[in-house]
Structure formats: C-alpha cells, structure tokens
Design a protein around this ligand. Structure first.
Ligand code: PMP
Length: 430
C-alpha cells in the first residue's frame, strides 16, 4: 500500500519533543512541500526501508558517508568485532594508529592527522590552526559552500540552510562575521582583489576543491591552481575541505587528482565507514602547533572513537577493490546521461553534473558553475520531482542543493529503475 501512516505517526510524536520533529534541518521536508519525512528503519545495500514497509532506492546515502551501500558486511563485521571489547576508553587505541598511517600514506600533503567526531569540528579546528600558524584572523570562504555549523562558516553558507531560505544563521556575533569574507566560487578576480586589499589579515582560504554542497560543481580549469598560488603569495594558508570529496572519486583525496597540495586538509564521511568522524591533517610544521606539542588546543571525548576507527578502516579496505571506482563512474555516467535524456524527452530544461558516483540535477537551462547558478534551479520543480520520485520508490535528499550519491551497492538495474521513475517524474511536472 502507499500508506505513510507510520511515518506520519512518528512525525507527530517527534514534533512534540524534537525541534521541528527532526535532528537536522536537512532531514525535514520543509523545502519540498512539508509533511512527515519518511522514517527509515533499515538499510541494505542500495535500499532503504521505511516504517510503513516501503522500499526505496537510496541516493541520499547518509549525505555521502555511505559509499559502499547500507550495512556492508565487512564494515558491520568490523564494528561487531570491536564493540564487545569496549565502546570507549578515552585512551589511545591501536586501531587509530592504523587509520592515521593509512591516511598519511595515501594523502601526500598530510604528514600528521587528528580525528574529531564530525566534519564540523574538523573544519572549526582547521580554521583555528590556520589562525594560530599565520597569526592572522580573517577567513575567506565561498558563497553557498557548507563546511559544517560552526559560527564563521555559517556566514553565506549553503545546503540545509539555503534550502530554508536563510542567508546567514541567526546568533552569529558581529565580530565573527567581520572576520569572514565570502566570495563567489570559480571566479579568481574577486579573490585576487580581496587578497590584494586585505591579504595581510587573511589567515586562510577555505574551499571545497570540488563543491559538493550546492550540487556538484567542479572547479574551472586553472581556478584552484590560481587560488592556491594567490593565497600563498598573500601569506594565507589554503584549507581544502574534502569531507565529501576524499575517497569519493578515487582512492585518496581529490587534491592529488589536481596535483595540488593544500596546507590543511579536512576529512570526514567516507573515512568513518558510516560511523561519526571528522579529521584534519597537514604537514608536520603546521600540526606541531596542536596541543600537546603546541599552543593550539583541540580535544574530544569521541575523537578517534574505536567503532569509527574500525568502520573507517574496513571501509577504506573495501574501497581498494579492483575496479570499484570505475564501476561508480560507469553507473554515474549512465544515470546522468539517462536523466538528461529523460528530461529532454519531457521538455524539462535541466543541467546534470556528474563525477564518479556523484550527481547533481539542476532545474535550469543555464550552466551552473557557482552558487548563484544553483540558486536559479527551480525549487518548485525540484519539490514536485522529489515527491514524484519518492512515490515511485526513489529516495533523494529533500533539497535541490544536495548531491545524489550512487554507491558500490547500486546495480545497473537500480539505475535503470531510477531512470524509469525519473522519466515519469519529469513528465509529471507540467
Ligand atoms: N564540510 C563539508 C564539505 C560537508 O559536506 C559537511 C557535511 N555535509 C561538513 C563539512 C560537516 O560535516 P559533519 O556533518 O560531519 O559535521
């Protein structure tokens, strides 16, 4: 049946006790017509099952943390192996050394790493570290980019936020806002100008090398190279937020695909195999500033949590499988091309971006290469498309800003079924 009674009932209860009925605004259906979000009870491979027993092909994929699909045996087994020996010691553990070694080995710009419990904390700390290293204060970031929910990066942020039509979060002290300069992504001139005028005060330029938070927007040729060069010329550090991009398009950080070395790299999502994680890393000279070696403080009860370490290691091990990234690329391409074709047949103007298993669908006839371009994507059309897909058993993030993530568990049949649903969904838009 098409009943959503169980989700609706849970949502009614949730509304009375959790703000907005959800624990992350990005989970709410506020931007897609409201009502009860689907409450999911189980995941298996490419599928999610909701409280009413419906099965969905999932492309939300834990907002990108679930690259192997849901409940992959090797990761679940690793968690099962570790859990009985104790959930948390608050001491160093052998597993964290293994994951440290793995990340430092695979990402050449990272000599030393530190784990946190989330990407938010890792970005927050990376900014503090850049300020400690340079002795400067200002942060340059890019409009619409999401870097977690610490104060400075919620200035002109995107994702969850823009979905609800909020430009800057309330509650950020004016002093914090004064130290943040937000610029359009993919344009070098505004950055050049800011660095020319205020470079002496800029501690860091923070960027997602491939944007994954207003859809998926790759850098224009030469853009990142110029960004790094100019930041360094101004004595600012470059922070690459690779929370979404690392281990997404290949085994390692995306910076190496561009042949670039940021000063600080932020990691998260995939490296925790579906368990809570964040990390920041840099060359030794910078990481030596972190306590106890140096004066920049970061700590955390959950940092390097044993279950996150076990799940992360098992996930990274599984990602070494021969041909896995090539398969994600193939499925991604098929899905992207199929979406373009289906939209074309239905007369719906769209842009579809794709890299590996990551896909963005924009309801606009104009090319998208920055946040303003993404903003032109028709929210109303997206909302109706989202609903039509949900009804046909395809689960997307309830926001036009979010990427679709194909996982290693998705099959060609899943993609074809998705495209059949999409063809109907596009046709239903008129
Ligand atoms: N940086 C980027 C690029 C992200 O996409 C996210 C989360 N979507 C974060 C930081 C924050 O990570 P977390 O949700 O683990 O705090």
């Amino acid at each position: 049946s098409a009943s959503t009674a169980a989700s609706e009932d849970l949502f009614r209860r949730a509304l009375a006790v959790a703000s907005g009925g959800v624990h992350s605004p990005s989970r709410s259906y506020a931007a897609v017509g409201g009502g009860a979000p689907r409450f999911m009870v189980r995941g298996e491979g490419a599928y999610l099952f909701d409280a009413d027993g419906h099965r969905y092909i999932d492309y939300l994929s834990g907002y990108g943390a679930i690259i192997l699909g849901h409940a992959p045996e090797r990761v679940v087994e690793a968690v099962r192996r570790v859990a009985p020996d104790g959930l948390l010691f608050g001491t160093p553990t052998p597993l964290e050394v293994e994951l440290d070694e793995r990340l430092c080995q695979v990402i050449p710009s990272v000599d030393r790493v530190r784990f946190t419990a989330s990407g938010t904390e890792a970005v927050m700390t990376a900014i503090r570290l850049a300020r400690a290293f340079t002795g400067k204060t200002k942060l340059v970031k890019f409009d619409g980019s999401y870097h977690g929910h610490s104060d400075p990066v919620l200035v002109s942020a995107g994702s969850g936020f823009s979905t609800l039509g909020i430009a800057d979060s309330a509650g950020i002290p004016p002093g914090v806002m004064e130290d943040v300069i937000s610029l359009p992504y993919n344009q070098i001139e505004p950055l050049e100008e800011v660095l020319f005028r205020q470079g002496a005060q800029v501690a860091a330029v923070l960027v997602e090398p491939v944007v994954g938070n207003f859809g998926l927007v790759p850098p224009k040729p030469g853009y990142l190279e110029a960004l790094v060069e100019q930041a360094h010329a101004a004595g600012a550090l470059v922070i690459f937020d690779e929370v979404i991009t690392a281990f997404r398009f290949g085994y390692g950080a995306v910076q190496d695909r561009f042949g670039l070395r940021p000063d600080i790299t932020v990691l998260g999502k995939i490296i925790g195999g579906g368990m809570p994680i964040g990390a920041y890393g840099a060359r030794a000279e910078i990481m030596d500033l972190v306590a106890p070696l140096g004066p920049m403080y970061q700590d955390g009860t959950w940092a390097g949590h044993p279950l996150s370490m076990a799940a992360g290691l098992a996930c990274l091990e599984a990602l070494r499988e021969e041909g896995l990234y090539a398969r994600l690329e193939r499925l991604g391409r098929r899905l992207a091309q199929g979406l373009r074709d289906a939209a074309g047949r239905a007369g719906v103007p769209v842009q579809v971006h794709q890299m590996g298993g990551a896909i963005a669908l924009y309801f606009t006839g104009e090319p998208v290469d920055d946040f303003a371009g993404c903003e032109r994507s028709d929210s109303e059309r997206f909302a109706r498309f989202f609903r039509a897909m949900l009804q046909r058993g395809v689960h997307l993030a309830p926001s036009k800003y979010e990427v679709w993530f194909v996982t290693a568990a998705h099959t060609e049949a899943d993609v074809e079924q998705t495209l059949e649903a999409a063809a109907e969904a596009f046709r239903s838009l008129d």
